[in-house]
Design a protein around this ligand. Structure first.
Ligand code: NAD
Ligand code: UFG
Length: 348
């Protein structure tokens, strides 16, 4: 069975390709490498001993996208491709709407034409209203606060409308909380361009000496230590969630949203201390003003994914930190490091 992965060379996509190959799927990737490096897929090939069919194509390029569907018998699509930086989306809203929304519409039109109507879509916890308190369930109020979040919310609506128009579609909307960590091999991982926006890559780059100190955005939130609380989820658990969602879309039609999180929140300082413990490195930090748009607390109620997909996150915070650190240590410059270091006993 062949799965088309859009954005498969990226952080979550490459980890998902690996898990799919490991359980015997054929994997076809479409990625324009706008925020990734083909080396990630070459390494997945080496780790798994299998081969990914790769197309360097932009989703907006309908003609070449159609050729992928003509050349391969695609059974389902996992749609990761999109821009994802919240701050950048405020600066460049039209690029975000064009890339994320138009890209999705073209993909769906091509899928429809080739009668492929099973999709797993990368949504985000950012679709929930920031006023929500406590564990966030799929029924919590929605309401994104920036263009990036609005693209996710709008795409969810577009996919729901698509199903209403044609009940033979089968779509899972996976709302990720905060993906961190990397594959245990330390050979694939998160490779942000420039200075990282997100907490974990920032911490690992301080630990490896690329950045001087972490700036903690606010210590006056109503949380146990005043710093923001998030539901960090190991990227391998997240990747495995996609396998469960694929199983589901193969057998039922409809559109369903699922939260993928651990249900447990950790503060920024708890993450820093956990990382110091696993890495043995100290992480110097300063407290600065709150980052505009940040909420105090955000964690998932993932009971629906457990109930309906049979999925739960298995990896804890130590594993998240240890794996993020192994990747960073082996690849201080991400995929720009030419050498693919294989650690004996942790190959796959
Ligand atoms: P990523 O940037 O590493 O991966 C996205 C991939 O899509 C990249 O390889 C990029 O080159 C590709 N891409 C972008 N636009 C494209 C286009 N028009 N045509 C072809 N390829 C294109 O991001 P990620 O962290 O792996 O995230 C994957 C998905 O999950 C994204 O949709 C993102 O919005 C969503 N998501 C991510 C997070 C997170 O914190 N990482 C959280 C919630 C949701
Ligand atoms: N933080 C710092 N310093 C930093 C970076 C982050 O203190 O340098 C803090 C933030 O204030 C927040 C926490 O660390 O309290 C996590 O911040 P991230 O930027 O890592 O993650 P966010 O929760 O802000 O957002 C992430 C993705 C969004 C996605 C959301 C929900 O960036 O795209 O998770 O899935 F929508």
């Amino acid at each position: 069975m062949a799965i088309l992965i859009t954005g498969g060379a990226g952080y979550i996509g490459s980890h998902t390709c690996l898990e799919l190959l490991n359980i015997g799927y054929e994997v076809v990737v479409v990625d324009n490498l706008s925020n990734s490096n083909k080396e990630s897929l070459d390494r997945v090939d080496k780790i798994t001993g299998k081969h990914i069919q790769f197309y360097n194509i932009d989703l907006l390029d309908r003609e070449n996208l159609e050729a992928v569907f003509m050349e391969n018998k695609i059974d389902a699509v996992i749609h990761f491709a999109g821009f994802k930086a919240v701050g950048e989306s405020v600066e460049l809203p039209l690029s975000y709407y064009q890339n994320n929304i138009t890209g999705t519409i073209i993909l769906c039109q091509v899928m429809q034409k080739y009668n492929v109507k099973k999709m797993v879509f990368s949504s985000s916890a950012t679709v929930y209203s920031p006023t929500t308190s406590g564990a966030i369930s799929e029924d919590s109020p929605l309401g994104a606060t920036n263009p990036y979040g609005r693209t996710k919310l709008m795409i969810e609506e577009i996919l729901r409308d698509l199903y209403v128009s044609d009940n033979s579609w089968s779509i899972s909307l996976l709302r990720y909380f905060n993906p961190v960590g990397s594959h245990i091999s330390g050979r694939i991982g998160e490779d942000p361009n420039g200075i990282p926006n997100n907490l974990t890559p920032y911490i690992t780059q301080v630990a490896v000496g690329k950045l001087n100190q972490l700036r903690i955005f606010g210590d006056d939130y109503p949380t146990s230590d005043g710093t923001g609380v998030r539901d960090y989820i190991h990227v391998v658990d997240l990747a495995k969630g996609h396998l469960k969602a694929i199983d589901k879309v193969m057998i039922v039609t409809g559109v369903e949203a699922y939260n993928l999180g651990t249900g447990k929140g950790y503060s920024v300082l708890e993450m820093v201390h956990a990382f110091e413990q696993t890495s043995g490195k100290s992480i110097p930090y300063i407290i600065v003003d709150r980052r505009p748009g940040d909420v105090a607390v955000c964690y998932a109620d993932s009971s629906k994914a457990k109930r309906e997909l049979g999925w739960v996150a298995e990896r804890g915070i130590e594993e998240m930190c240890a794996d993020a650190w192994r990747w960073q240590l082996n690849n201080p410059n991400g995929y720009h490091d030419v050498e693919d270091k294989v650690i004996i006993g942790q190959g796959s």
